[in-house]
Design a protein around this ligand. Structure first.
Ligand code: S3P
Length: 173
């Protein structure tokens, strides 16, 4: 079976939209980890973080990741922005032989999308702390197998095409 792919990157980097475009291009299934956590916990991710705390959300996130990785499908999994930054999650992903694709978007673009987006991001409440979180996480995202540079004027389809090429090259080499 083709290697499974996890899409990682900061909030606002475009993980969900690019993952959808990539799944359409590769003709394979897609799961969104935040959506799975929300369905399992019967509340939205922001509610979960606000009402039970980040650490409780992280536990639910790891449990959901483990569950989805233990199955053989779908091929593509879009993670929430913090999932890849936890070593235990990276270990799980590597143990299951997945390829990690990092959408490396500049901070200003992420922040613009975070503020434009109607859904709340409890871990990016203000510009200064979000910038600091971005700075802290950047070296961890760089541990991914594949880096795709994101710019404001590249469409999700173009990014998916670049990711598909990079995945094919990575698989051959
Ligand atoms: C988080 C990112 C969110 C969501 C949660 C925590 C983070 O997902 O998982 O609010 O720690 O970066 P998106 O990256 O899809 O916004």
């Amino acid at each position: 079976m083709d290697r499974r792919i996890v899409i990682v990157g900061f909030m606002g980097s475009g993980k969900t939209t690019v993952a959808k475009a990539l799944a359409a291009r590769l003709g394979c299934g897609l799961a969104d980890l935040d959506a799975i956590v929300a369905a399992q916990q019967n509340m939205s991710v922001p509610e979960l973080i606000n009402e039970r705390g980040e650490s409780s959300f992280r536990d639910a996130e790891t449990a959901a990741l483990q569950l989805i990785l233990d199955r053989q499908t779908p091929r593509i999994i879009a993670l929430g922005g913090g999932a890849w930054t936890l070593e235990r999650n990276r270990e799980l992903i590597n143990k299951h032989g997945c390829l990690a694709v990092w959408l490396d978007a500049p901070y200003d673009l992420c922040w613009q999308r975070i503020t434009d987006h109607p859904s709340p991001r409890p871990l990016a409440l203000d510009e200064t702390s979000a910038r600091e979180l971005y700075r802290e996480r950047h070296p961890l995202y760089a541990l991914a197998n594949i880096r795709i540079a994101v710019t404001d004027n590249t469409s999700a389809d173009d990014l998916a095409a670049k990711a598909a090429e990079a995945i094919a090259r990575h698989t051959i080499s």
